[in-house]
Design a protein around this ligand. Structure first.
Ligand code: SF4
Length: 188
């Protein structure tokens, strides 16, 4: 991946395109850009270099890259990466677990989450004691769905406790007191 001085990705709200206002590839009267350089053939190195040079200066490069990945936009140069360079990232997106996205969602932002990030939001909401109604609002889901998620967590926690107590049973006790070695008889 190219190294740049661009800042961290701004997490877009769903459907938000306003970040494009800051895109360096926007052609203007004073800053003409040939859009074709962003759709080069793999061997058109001059175009690739020219497009990447613009991306390196772009303040929304990481947001642009996120948008391409989340929208499964595999066409052209996006966020400073060619189609070929993005292939692996596209494949890995489903397993992304970015806690800054989880925290942004808990703070009320409506942003793109992977399945793993949604699970993390649900677990964090449960741990922090958010109501099902609150969780439903954060994830834009029904209250029924939020209640079901909490029920599943409670069930998983109960099962985990039972499993742990099987693996680490409490020490045997007699008459409420811990047994001592002598209690097993002199043969021990
Ligand atoms: S990173 Fe590149 S492709 Fe994306 S908005 Fe910026 S200049 Fe355009």
């Amino acid at each position: 991946m190219s190294t740049t001085t661009n800042g961290p990705a701004r997490h877009r709200s769903l459907g938000d395109q306003t970040w494009q206002d800051q895109a360096v590839c926007q052609s203007t009267e004073y800053h003409p850009v040939d859009p074709e350089i962003f759709f080069p053939e793999p061997d058109e190195m001059d175009r690739i270099r020219a497009a990447k040079a613009l991306c390196r200066q772009c303040p929304v490069r990481l947001t642009c890259l996120d948008a391409a990945l989340e929208n499964n936009d595999a066409h052209g140069i996006r966020g400073g990466m060619t189609e070929e360079e993005r292939t692996l990232l596209h494949a890995k997106l489903a397993t992304r677990l970015d806690y800054s996205r989880v925290n942004a969602t808990l703070a009320g932002r409506d942003i793109h989450l992977t399945h793993a990030e949604r699970r993390a939001v649900i677990h964090a909401a449960y741990r922090h004691g958010l109501t099902e109604q609150h969780l439903a609002r954060l994830l834009k889901v029904t209250e029924e769905y939020a209640k079901k998620q909490y029920r599943e967590i409670r069930r998983a926690l109960r099962n985990r406790d039972v499993e742990q107590s099987r693996e680490n049973p409490p020490p045997p006790e007699a008459d409420g007191k811990r047994l001592r070695r002598d209690d097993f008889g002199t043969a021990a």
